[in-house]
Design a protein. Structure first.
Length: 275
């Protein structure tokens, strides 16, 4: 975890975490498609440190909110992609019910847990676990957010792939109360990516844009009271999928940073008193 701050006790919090499933690319650099997520979060950290007081957007973000960055939410699964199976998705927990290993952490949060779009079979890739927050990784993130729920204003979960900017709900087709507001934020961010990088991102509510996926951290965070909750799906659209070539890394990071800044600055305007 990386904590960026300027020692002000009165700022809002922004939480960033990488996708909690992992799949590593087979390429010539020590990075991967799920590795691109960690690379982006370290890129965000580096840009924030290097361009504070030099870039207006970054300076305003850091003056207005503390940013928590969790580069890897699934460390055991991530390690396994380097040693054994680069396309591994789940964590590496064992189950008393089966010889199959792992729970899909993207299905382990208490948001319509283990309903349509998840599986209760331990051998399946979208196995939801024995109960909500049964996995220590999910429980740790949930406990942190619960303890900071009054100050966390913006939650971002970084995934790949698909080139999408998404918001709740993933767990159902129900529209959240501030649907129009969230739609406007992702639409604006997608338009900026198109303008500056000539790349198209889909945007909208997750269930309507991709598919129904219960038990996600973004929906859980929204239901906790963090009503600016988003998921980014980074490059590409599917030609390379999880096996993204190294030549795509720079664009993927810059596009995601542009979207993050666009949304974060709007959230700052909406949640903090203006002078």
């Amino acid at each position: 975890m990386c904590f960026l701050h300027n020692f002000s006790p009165h700022k809002a919090l922004l939480w960033n975490n990488s996708d909690i499933t992992v799949r590593k690319s087979h390429c010539s650099t020590p990075s991967g498609m799920r590795g691109i997520l960690t690379l982006f979060l370290m890129f965000l950290t580096t840009q924030s440190l290097n361009f504070y007081n030099l870039n207006n957007d970054i300076t305003e973000m850091l003056n207005s909110m503390d940013i928590y960055v969790l580069p890897v939410m699934n460390p055991d699964g991530y390690k396994y992609t380097w040693t054994t199976n680069r396309m591994w998705r789940k964590n590496r927990s064992s189950s008393k019910e089966s010889n199959c290993v792992g729970t899909d952490l993207n299905r382990n949060f208490d948001a319509n847990w283990c309903t349509k779009g998840a599986s209760n079979r331990p051998c399946d890739e979208i196995y939801c676990g024995q109960f909500p927050e049964s996995e220590p990784e999910a429980e740790a993130v949930a406990n942190f957010l619960r303890s900071h729920k009054d100050s966390v204003k913006l939650y971002l979960s970084i995934h790949s792939y698909g080139q999408m900017l998404l918001f709740p709900y993933s767990c159902s087709n129900e529209e959240v109360p501030n649907y129009a507001e969230l739609f406007e934020l992702v639409q604006e961010a997608a338009m900026k990516i198109r303008r500056y990088y000539r790349n198209n991102y889909k945007y909208g509510a997750s269930a309507k844009t991709i598919y129904v996926a219960p038990g996600g951290s973004d929906d859980w965070a929204y239901n906790l009271g963090i009503h600016y909750s988003f998921t980014f799906e980074l490059e590409d659209r599917g030609r390379y999928g999880f096996l993204l070539p190294p030549s795509f890394i720079s664009n993927a990071c810059n596009e995601a940073l542009l979207a993050l800044k666009s949304i974060a600055l709007r959230v700052i305007q909406k949640t903090q008193p203006q002078p």
